[in-house]
Design a protein around this ligand. Structure first.
Ligand code: NAP
Length: 478
């Protein structure tokens, strides 16, 4: 077993082992083998973790941004040094191919690198006064203890994108990772401990999500919740946090339109679509969901896509050359089966795939559906799997209206060589992020987040640091 598979929690600088009969089993989704166990802790331990974070808060915030930045830098260097072991842990618990795990780790560590520097730039400002003899200024201060809840699809990046920003701002945290992929998160805690992050600053707890989430959202000492996950759970956490007016950063589900205009470069469009959709077997919030292709190039596009998809290699992520791993669990496979049947019943044509290998396996083949109707469930909501749902359009205004016909608005993609079309779609689309001629849009220096019910606030960039700071205004009579 990898030394970075640690079956413990971390509260107040102490490693907590599971108690008898209070454990959660973690599986490898590629073969359903047991990887290990983690503690199944509850309300009492969540309270202890919050108190530890609270006790550590003032001293942590009192360090200079340079001191906190220095520790973040050490954490980043340890992540880089242990990249290969961390990649194996991620592939074992999440199923993604090793090359993708390495890519996620580079992306994850880039947030620590970015926020280690950005910590030094949490500037306040001097405001010119309308009256003589007054000085008006603002300063930025950390919001305080943060409750952090993360999903399984990017087990390392969803941790660092939040926590590096929280630490840079001077906040302490209590983290609850997903029960399916806890080991990447726990390994990152271990490296943070080695980097010198003081006791109580970084606490991690595993157990029943509703219990832990309930305590975090309703506790007076927790000043902010940062959650990445599904829109329904985001709504629930926001309702629970209302009684204490909790600050909320929510990174929720998407339903990304991928628009291929009649003037698009087809190779560029196919590269972008494959990069965006195949990553993590389609289990990404920004994955292209509704693929709209102009009718003039529709048949050619479907044919070229089919050739590319046929060439993909699916298998255990540890094997050489594998580009596509399993889905996270059986429920995810059943969802793909349901969405494909529903789309076909509503008139879609099954071009490729659609047959799962059978009971017990978490693998689902890459599937292409053409002529998907607007009523199909895979157009109405997030697919979150390797199903390409294509339909054609004849007019840009009609395509924009169809793209915006969604209650969520995280990412969108536009493939065009026309400046006029680029402007039309990028301004008109109701999404927090738009990729033009690219399926890869997420970088540590850029603000990641959604419009509409895809969430609140941004992660990454200067906005990512700001989400963990509050502004104090000071008026001085000289
Ligand atoms: P999920 O069910 O919402 O789970 C995400 C996290 O929330 C897990 O840690 C889960 O814990 C926890 N959770 C579940 N119920 C909870 C409750 N009642 N109270 C507190 N915590 C609770 O999401 P998912 O379906 O596994 O993850 C995929 C979703 O995440 C997709 O919708 C995807 O679009 C979204 N996502 C968004 C972004 C973004 O940046 N916008 C990035 C990645 C993923 P347990 O699993 O341990 O029960």
């Amino acid at each position: 077993m990898s030394p970075l598979i640690i079956q413990k929690n971390y509260i107040n600088g102490e490693w907590t082992a599971p108690r008898d009969n209070a454990t959660i089993t973690v599986y490898n989704p590629a073969n359903n083998d047991i990887l290990g166990i983690i503690p199944d802790l509850g309300a009492e331990e969540t309270e202890s973790a919050i108190l530890a974070a609270h006790r550590a808060q003032d001293d942590w915030a009192a360090l200079t941004a340079y001191e906190r930045g220095g520790m973040l830098r050490k954490w980043y260097e340890l992540m880089v040094r242990h990249r290969e072991e961390l990649a194996l842990v991620m592939t074992l618990e999440n199923g993604k191919p090793l090359a993708e795990s390495r890519g996620e780790l580079d992306y994850a560590s880039s947030f620590i690198d970015w926020f280690a520097e950005e910590a030094k730039r949490s500037y306040g400002r001097q405001i010119p006064s309308a009256q003589k003899n007054r000085t008006l200024q603002t300063i930025k201060q950390p919001v305080g203890v943060c409750g952090i809840i993360t999903p399984w699809n990017f087990p390392a990046a969803m941790i660092t994108r939040k926590i590096a920003a929280a630490f840079a701002a001077g906040c302490t945290v209590v983290v609850k990772p997903d029960h399916r992929t806890p080991y990447s998160a726990i390994a990152l805690v271990k490296l943070a401990e080695e980097a010198g992050i003081p006791k109580g600053v970084f606490n991690l707890i595993t157990g029943d999500a509703a219990t832990i989430g309930g305590v975090l959202t309703q506790h007076d000492l927790v000043k902010k919740i940062s959650f990445t996950g599904s829109t329904p759970v985001g709504r629930l956490l926001m309702a629970q946090g209302a009684s204490t007016l909790k600050r909320m950063s929510l990174e929720l589900g998407g339903n990304a339109p991928f628009i291929v205009c009649e003037d698009a470069d087809l190779t560029v469009a196919l590269d972008a679509l494959m990069a965006g959709k195949i990553r993590n077997a389609g289990q990404a919030c920004v994955a292209p969901n509704r693929i709209f292709v102009h009718e003039k190039i529709y048949d050619e596009f479907v044919e070229a896509l089919t050739l590319r998809v046929r060439a993909l290699k699916m298998g255990d992520g540890r094997e050489d050359g594998v580009q596509l791993g399993p889905l996270i669990d059986q429920k995810a496979v059943e969802k793909m089966e349901h969405l494909v049947t529903d789309a076909v019943n509503k008139g879609a044509h099954l071009v490729l795939g659609g047959e799962s290998p059978g009971q017990g396996s978490n693998f689902y083949p890459v599937t292409i559906l053409s002529d998907v109707s607007q009523e199909a469930e895979c157009e109405q909501g997030e697919i979150f799997g390797p199903v390409f749902a294509l339909s054609s359009f004849s007019d840009d205004a009609e395509c924009l209206a169809r793209s915006n016909a969604s209650e969520v608005g995280l990412a969108a993609y536009v493939m065009t060589q026309s400046l006029r079309r680029m402007d039309f779609y990028t301004r008109g689309i109701e999404c927090g992020m738009v990729g033009v001629n690219s399926g890869v849009i997420s970088f540590a220096a850029a603000p990641f987040g959604g419009y509409k019910q895809s969430g609140l606030h941004r992660e990454g960039g200067e906005e990512g640091l700001d989400a963990y700071l509050q502004t104090k205004y000071i008026a001085v009579q000289n």
